[in-house]
Write a protein that binds this ligand. Structure first.
Ligand code: HEC
Length: 132
């Protein structure tokens, strides 16, 4: 009986492992620095609101495909999603609120997200942008 059960379970298991492998396959190749940024996004809690490389944003806008595009702010001005924009979004989010957003993003001090962490985040978001 035991043998039969194992024999039955084996192909099921193999299928599950194969499926997991497919899910885990990265949808894009991130540089080492961008992978650091991805880890920072998870550790600092950004990913909980913004999701990751495969989308999954909940509270904040997804970052995928945004780099280099124009973001319309709630006062009607259009700014480029670039290094300066991301820097302000993290340090002083209320200074530039994207149009149509009603939730406020918390600011992150240097104690929470160091300069080095912010640099890695910037590289990460750039690599999530449209591949030009
Ligand atoms: C509690 C949820 C939450 C967390 C945590 C959070 N954000 Fe945000 N984020 C938001 C919301 C909501 C907005 C849009 C409104 C605003 O800017 O206040 C936003 C906007 C942004 C924008 C502008 C996006 C756009 O499409 O215009 C960037 C860039 C950003 N966040 C980066 C980060 C980074 C980097 C971190 C981590 C250090 C982070 N966020 C953590 C909720 C969050």
């Amino acid at each position: 009986m035991v043998v039969a059960r194992v024999a039955l379970a084996a192909p099921l298991l193999a299928g599950a492992v194969a499926a997991c492998g497919a899910d885990a396959a990265p949808s894009r190749q991130l540089s080492v620095e961008a992978q650091k940024g991805e880890a920072v996004a998870r550790r600092a809690g950004c990913a909980g609101c913004h999701g990751g490389a495969d989308g999954g944003a909940t509270i904040g806008p997804s970052w995928v495909g945004l780099w280099g595009t124009g973001v319309t702010l709630d006062d009607g001005t259009v700014v480029e999603f670039d290094e300066q924009f991301v820097r302000t979004a993290v340090r002083d989010p209320d200074a530039q609120r994207p149009e149509g957003t009603w939730l406020h993003m918390p600011a992150f001090s240097e104690r929470q997200v160091s300069e080095a962490d912010l640099q890695a985040l910037i590289v990460y978001l750039r690599e999530l942008g449209p591949s030009s």
